[in-house]
Design a protein around this ligand. Structure first.
Ligand code: 5GP
Ligand code: ZN
Length: 117
């Protein structure tokens, strides 16, 4: 069922506390934790507690939770005292998505180039 926890999903396991993570913030609907392979001094993943394969599916099914992720990204940036930050939703394997549970990358603490690679 869409939204239900998936046994084979790494991020569902982090939400359930079955896989350890460095959690920086939690709300009723979201969990934010440090990426295991950081690409910037701040690299935090903000995920919904509910399981959807990507941000678009989440936004279609539970738009309020998608909005919570945007707010939490700013809260993470504020906690790490970032003046600027980049929020990325890799969507689809061609864009680099490797974990099929919606997540926002919050990156900051260094200069950023545009366009991204
Ligand atoms: P994607 O490539 O799907 O946009 O992002 C998945 C992210 O999850 C990657 O940046 C990767 O480093 C991170 N990641 C993969 N496995 C783990 C893990 O076990 N713990 C944490 N904290 N991050 C992970
Ligand atoms: Zn999941």
């Amino acid at each position: 069922m869409p939204g239900e926890p998936q046994d084979d999903c790494l991020f569902c396991k982090i939400v359930a506390g079955h896989v350890p993570a460095t959690i920086v913030r939690e709300t009723e609907t979201t969990v934010a934790f440090r990426d295991i392979n950081p690409q910037a001094p701040t690299h935090v993943l903000v995920i919904p507690r509910v399981h959807y394969r990507d941000a678009a599916e989440l936004a279609a099914a539970e738009p309020a939770v998608a909005a919570d992720i945007l707010r939490e990204a700013k809260a993470v940036a504020d906690e790490d005292k970032l003046e600027s930050y980049r929020m990325v939703f890799n969507t689809g394997s061609g864009a680099g998505q490797t974990v099929w549970h919606a997540h926002a990358h919050v990156l900051g603490g260094r200069g950023m180039q545009w366009p991204p690679g």
